[in-house]
Design a protein around this ligand. Structure first.
Ligand code: CA
Ligand code: CA
Ligand code: CA
Ligand code: CA
Length: 319
């Protein structure tokens, strides 16, 4: 049975037990009735390369996918094309062929066939179903680690699984390196260019007592590794973006429930300005970041699955 997007009008304010408090000056909040029907996996990128980030709402299984295209006026063009791909995929986005259009790598763990959808200016996709084999259950993260303009994929294999990196190429293939980039335990990797040297970096967030570390991308396709005790207390959901548009990626540590949120602002010296402002969030959101209105400040789309009201926080130049 096909589910479709349920378009309803919801009053701004309180829905159920949820309240969205105003954030600090770092964000302009908008609680517009941004309706979503069901449980989607949102993936963001600038697929049509118009300078505005877009959201691909991946509905696993029989749920109809849809695309929201960012606009200057902070609204979205919505297309409900049946862009169906099976269930069980882990989508990651990057501009792997460096043509300016973001692409989606549909990673199918296990027996699922991987595929890549290449973004186009006309808001369609070139789809390639090459059997891009991956063995097991990886956590892929994307960035341009070697700063050659082509997005790369770091395949993080938790536990004893060997990690590897796929380096994007102009011909839509990848250079693959299977170096034993060992990682001990179960990390949550987030990527951004925190020191603003042009190379994407990986923040390995170790929930609980696990020591965090950062891998800094290098031109020679290696990484500088720092194991500073970047302490985090509890179970956060980190998302990255350049919220204040100073060139350094920042990390928004979303603490679901009563956990206090914080923002770490990237610095040139590879440290962070840490702000523990009580940026309140009520409930269990799925945050995704992008520059949806094209003003160069990254924004946060708080997707509330089910009946939870969605909202968007628009990045400002302030912190
Ligand atoms: Ca766009
Ligand atoms: Ca592309
Ligand atoms: Ca690259
Ligand atoms: Ca960097």
């Amino acid at each position: 049975m096909l589910k479709t997007l349920t378009l309803t009008t919801t009053v701004i304010g309180v829905v159920g037990s949820l309240t969205i408090a105003s954030p600090a000056a770092a964000f302009d909040p908008s609680n517009n009735p941004i309706v979503k029907g069901s449980e989607y996996v949102p993936v963001t990128g600038d697929f049509d390369n118009d300078g505005h980030s877009d959201i691909f709402w991946y509905g696993p299984g029989n749920v109809l996918d849809s695309l929201w295209w960012g606009r200057n006026d902070r609204d979205f063009d919505r297309s409900n094309s049946p862009l169906v791909i099976g269930s069980g995929y882990v989508p990651v986005t990057g501009d792997f062929d460096s043509d300016g259009n973001s692409d989606i790598f549909w990673y199918g763990p296990g027996a699922l066939l991987d595929s890549i959808w290449w973004g186009r200016a006309d808001r369609g996709f070139y789809k390639s179903n090459d059997p891009i084999v991956k063995g097991s259950e990886y956590v892929p993260v994307t960035g341009d680690f070697d700063n050659d303009g082509y997005s790369d994929i770091f395949w993080y294999g938790p536990g004893n699984v060997l990690d590897s990196v796929w380096w994007g190429r102009y011909d839509r293939s990848f250079d693959r390196s299977n170096d034993p980039l060992v990682n001990g335990s179960e990390y949550v990797p987030v990527t951004g260019d925190f020191d603003n040297d042009g190379h994407s970096d990986i923040f390995w967030y170790g929930p609980g007592y696990v020591l965090d570390s950062i891998w800094w991308g290098r031109t020679d396709r290696g990484f500088d590794r720092s194991n500073d005790p970047l302490v985090k207390g509890s179970e956060y959901v980190p998302v990255t973006g350049d919220f204040d548009n100073d060139g350094h990626s920042d990390i928004f540590w979303y603490g679901p429930g009563n956990v206090l949120d914080s923002v770490w602002w990237g610095r040139y010296d590879r440290s962070f300005d840490r702000r523990n402002d009580p940026i309140v969030k009520g409930s269990e959101y799925v945050p995704v970041t992008g520059d949806f209105d094209g003003d160069y400040n990254s924004d946060i789309f708080w997707y509330g699955p089910g009946n939870i009201l969605d909202s968007i926080w628009w990045g400002t130049y302030q912190r």
